[in-house]
Design a binder for this molecule. Sequence first.
Ligand code: 4AZ
Length: 460
Amino acid sequence: MWAAIQVPEESIRPLNPRQQAIPQPGRHRRPMTAPKTQKDKASRRRRVLLSVLTVVVILGILATAGYFIKHLIDSKYFFCSRSVRFISLDLACDGTEDCSGGEDELTCVSTFAVNTTFPVRLTSVRQVLQVYSPGSGWRSVCNDDWTQQHTQTACKQLGYTHNPRSTGVPVDLLIPLLKPGPFTAVRPGSTATPTHQATLDRGACRSRSVVSLSCSDCGQTGSQDRIVGGTDAFIEDWPWQVSLQQGGQHVCGGSLVSPRWVATAAHCFTGSKKELTRWKVVSGRTYMGTLGGSSVDRIILNGDYDPSTNDYDIALMRLSSPISVGDSSRPVCLPPKALGLSAGTTMTVTGWGYLEENGKVSPSLQKASIPLIDKDKCSSPTVYGKVITSRMICAGFLGGKIDACQGDSGGPLVHFSTSKWRLVGVVSWGVGCARARRPGVYCNVEEMLNWIYTAIEKNS
Ligand code: 4AZ
């Protein structure tokens, strides 16, 4: 057992105790340790700050590198999420080598060919509504028993329903070609039936007038030449112009033909560009940026498109949700059948394409006024020869200098008539840009109306 030894108190007290230092005023020395502690603290703070800064910078570098690496991978590969592997983007949408479960075939461009006549159209003069049946051809629709609901139905068939209106045009005021008929009229009470199925042939109109339709506020501009040789333009004057982008890069132009549909060129979707989720449609911008892009849930290529000749070079993109129509985003009108434009008529082409052959895309929208070129002239041996089909029109100058160029592809060639801008052509191809005797070649929209209307109706 441990026991403490008791020692008397005196024996542990020092014999000569040190005098206690009595602090004296004025002779007080600052302790030597004080400055050292503050310096220490400051340097420790500096070290912590430096470490935090280093970590932030490293994280920043890693995030930026990660962003660019993701971009790079995204631009070249398709990620199969189920089998957790990458395949080359060229092989998705079926360049073959498939993901297990065929994930790489789910969101792809589709093709659509039409061999029937779309049964509803508006004439170029006065926008008279006509319907088609294989038995009796095209007939103008009488204003008899026509209601606002019929207007809605017919406009929906034509792809637009923005502020639809109808007026009656007296038969006596029709052009000589249309005056004698033939006519047709809706059956009363057939409001929701597609127009061509709701009509019965008539020898004459009881109301002595026919239906004229205005289905949208298309082709109107808010205010009111790179492209090579063009000038600066403002989106408010060309509000249907959109930029089609992949990975934040402008690839092609396009035109809004309704709040949800964009017309563009089929050749914009070759190789690795067939996958829907990579596309963004940017509208309402003069200076091309990546902000405010709409995603796309359908891309339909004309089934007759031939990549080797650029024949039928047209496609439609359906936006996941419609754009809101305003001064800087608004659809262009489609031309009526037989607009009958003659060579020399002035058109406007717009886009962010190359400012010169082998140049760079333009940061700001460009426009150029160019004349329509006579078909025979464009097909002559000194220009393009036999490669020009009826699905193509040529526009520009045989002397060169002003022309569409790479990056303008898919964009609009428009013409102003009867107080509306109409989409006459889609930028398609050409030999070089702005070269003499090598004008721009455009897809002839008038020849594609049947395809456009049918594709929109079948996918709405
Ligand atoms: C292109 O490569 C392209 N000069 C578009 C238009 C023209 C030429 C080339 C017309 O997309």
